[in-house]
Design a binder for this molecule. Sequence first.
Ligand code: NAP
Ligand code: ZN
Length: 352
Amino acid sequence: MFHAKAYSAASATAPLAPTTIARREPTPHDVQLEILFCGICHSDLHTVRNEWSSLMSTVYPCVPGHEIVGRVTRVGSAVTKFAPGDLAAVGCLVDSDRTCPECKAGFEQFCPGQVLTYNAPDKHLGGVTYGGYSDGIVVDERFVLRVPSNLDLAGVAPLLCAGITTWSPLRHWGVTKGKKVGVVGIGGLGHMGVKFARALGAHVVAFTTSPSKKEDALRLGAHEAVVSRNADEMRKHAASFDFILDTVSAEHDLNAYVQLLRRDGTLTLVGAPERPSALAAFGLILGRRSISGSPIGGIPETQEMLDFCGKHGITADVEVIPVQKVNEAYERMLRSDVKYRFSIDMASLKAA
Ligand code: NAP
Ligand code: ZN
């Protein structure tokens, strides 16, 4: 066991503060990383504030962070994929049972024995797993990803959650050239959804509540941008979308987006608001439309997404901050005041 510096929350109402945590010594299959950047996902905020208690209560102290990129410092004796000095990344999962049909199919995100990067039982040290708001982490190599060498690392970190969570449903629902695709909520996830849908060849429409993001959405790759609070703008797109990806973190009217789907179109939720939404049956019935959800992504498709990003030069648009600004960053994220992801420069932890 060794100690790592970290930022943790002591309760649902406490700000994040500096702390020291225990990490395991690498076992034969483990890789130890020095964390260089960690993105701030809205799920970190939901968890720190225990907003998902109906699904899983938060155990305190909580060290969030599942958008991790770093450099390998040590490897266990049986590790074959990595050597000290390599760039590497860790996302939302650090383990799974590896034997169930989901794991065998590369869908670790559906494994009943999956272990999340933070706030999950830690079979090695007891207690719960601790995430990436830290200067180091030890993870089984099977859950460590290779990072293309041509990309800006601060912008790579958010690919590990915001990237894969939008990539996976776009691929699953066959987004490609000739499809009309909507992305709702232009935050960390949404801006990656726009970039990916465009790169996959779709006609992309961004939906935002922030008029100030309209121009930017076009720069990110959208062909059109709609201010969703403007009913006239929304009506123009009635019954026209093959697929809409909803990344919104707070309650909002889903029926307005169901109405925009063409026959047999699908609205997929990746945003996970604290409270449930009301859905009108006729919106679905009359167009034989579907509504669905999608969690993060499996390890093989996360590597596929990272390789695609390397090939196409895609990273997240980030505002790099020192870890000391994390509480301020949470408040700004709640106000949709970030373009489009905070990425914590972990070198700042040395000063903590
Ligand atoms: P984020 O950066 O805060 O973006 C959320 C966006 O939603 C905001 O930028 C804003 O976009 C829009 N929005 C916020 N409040 C709204 C409201 N009241 N009404 C309408 N739109 C609103 O968050 P994120 O990190 O992208 O995460 C988004 C959601 O996905 C969170 O709930 C997060 O927990 C969830 N998530 C799910 C998974 C999964 O596996 N399914 C993985 C990661 C995250 P505009 O300013 O453009 O309107
Ligand atoms: Zn996340």
